[in-house]
Design a protein around this ligand. Sequence first.
Ligand code: GLA
Length: 742
Amino acid sequence: MPVVFDEQASTITINTENTSYQMKIGPCSILMHTYYGPRIDCDAGYAVSYRDRGFSVNPYDSIENRRVSSDTMPLEYPCEGSGDHRAPAFSLRRKNGAVGCDLRYVNHSIHAGKYSLPGLPAVYAEEEEAETLLVTLQDQSAHITVTLQYGILPKLDIITRAACVVNDGDETVFLDNAASANVDIIAGNWELIHFYGRHAGERNTARTEIGQREIVIGSRRGMSSHHENPFVILAESDTTELHGQCIGMCFVYSGSFACNVSKDAFGTVRSVMGIQPEHFDYPLEPGESFQAPEVILAYSGSGLGHLSHLYHKVISDHICRGPWRNARRPVLINNWEATTMNFDGDLIVSIAKKAAELGVEMLVLDDGWFGARNTDMAGLGDWVVNEKKLGCTMGELADKIRAMGMKFGLWIEPEMVNEDSDLFRTHPDYAMRIPGKDPALGRNQLVLDFSREEVVDNIFGQISKVLDECRADYVKMDMNRPIVDVYSAVAEYQSQGKILYNYIKGVYRFMDMLLERYPDLLLEGCSGGGGRFDAGMLYYCPQIWCSDNTDAIDRIRIQYGTSFCYPLKTMGAHVSAVPNGDTKRCTPIHTRGVVAMEGTFGYELDLNLISESEMEEVKEQIVTFKKYWDLLHNGTYYRLTDVMKNRSEAAWMMVSEDQKEALVNIVVLDTTGNCPNRYIRCAGLDPMAQYEDEKGTVYSGNVLMTIGLPMPLKYVPNTQWREFAREYDAFQIHLVKRTVSA
Ligand code: GLA
């Protein structure tokens, strides 16, 4: 039984195979959080310090016991108004304007299987794989019930959390904050790792001491954003890739979010994660409920690498769905970087033809195929095929592509509208705008009010007609601007929080409808690259375009940051032309291939325009990808260098579950004359085994994991030193375990 209730000790302990998570019903029924770490079999409550602390108030019913204060206790779901002055997870405003409530433990129940959240993405599991714990908290005066939801996947060492709020009273109340999860850690020297970025530069890693302060990271953009990813890690200061304690919090949601991380005056670290509370202001009518989205928690006692493995597994097998989640994805060619919107049907066919000759398996037609979409000034909202531009119908174009033995895919951006579109001319109220204010434009477009069902239905009706006609195998669903003018023409009360929440639920409904109508569809998420790369989107799209930046060297860092939470097979990655459009950097096509194989793998250029020898390389790359895809995508992934710090080389590897096979990937980032010896320290191998590479060199598992793999060199004629690892060279070394006869 994963959940154990010890009535005498008043503890509720959640056990997974290797971890325990404990809460304790404390004095005055205050629900405390006492422990999250390696497996225990006892009451950890002795670690809570009850002391009379000045300026920390006491509950009315503590009967003057000044040692009881929610201001100093570690709490499971802290609420504003209980006397806890730290960052709250829950904040309620009453009709008369008073802010405050005091949630206390009432009861709990345990259920087989994993709860689900209607209309929201969440971890799913078979009934025998999971258990659910529901803990009820109540504020008697405000007539509010909060049910804390816990999903436990014991074998995966995963615990999920969510919260559902019900208004049991007869007055409207307003939620100012309703976070999904809080983790209080009683002691330790903890740091925060978060993933910040920008368009074309997503998910850099930053590691910072928490210290006596509040750190708030998040997004106010109506999308999870390029700027901060809804995933954080709390790590002890000595935690590395292979050693030490760390806790992950992954938000399964694609809208604005916040994570407030702090250390209080007495050393307790707190991390609250949920929907962005700024202007949340969610009205809850009598009898109504609000469901906060899910957070996936994981604890690793053996470093960041293991934490990533826990997330990779749960996301691959319990978030991603459908026939593609663990299948090899078709090697695709996308026309965007080759043509932008300047194409006609013949050009697309010629790109497809060369790609098919070289072994590419799917053509994706990107932006520009509909309405008056020849620049980004017009067309969004009118999902009518521009047959004049294509010179044929979409069905006919798809047939031509299929006749070459390829699959066919299409780009869409359903949430957006240009003012210059028939949709906007007919339904101006479908676009979000504040009456009397000029709306902010992003890429010359406005955001459709996806909080309204009829808007979602209109767009779905238009797009599904085209998909029916061409029987698309794949759809790339884009979203190319943040949300500013939050206003819904039909809402009675313009609560920014409610509109944005319902907007995201509208996006989820749109994708649900797509997948229901086209169950075999491969859906790729996108938002100006990786602006909505989150576990919420991955519930619908088993892959997401990682970044608009396809420069191989920049991509190494972007994919490195992404890999902390998300599996490699979810990262859309393509080989593109050089000099790269974003950086003007030139890298060898081999290197671009090695980097793209860290993700889904495909091409984004006109292959007619590359040299004969590069075409040969493309053919080889596709063969290599097909040969190693299972290892690349389903092997255990190890980051071997910290690419935020190590400017000399980047390396990563994948090891098969049985440790019989591994693929080491190395890219030289920098070189120097008469270069000192360089070694790549491997991980995850069988220490006592011998491994052999393709050239017949034999290595010991232990030596590879202590000294490392000597940096491979290439023979370069007519140079002083002859053997070099040149800047931007890349190597893929396939290691196979030798069977040693007795
Ligand atoms: C976004 C995407 C690109 C491309 C363009 C098309 O920027 O990230 O890959 O699809 O839109 O407009």
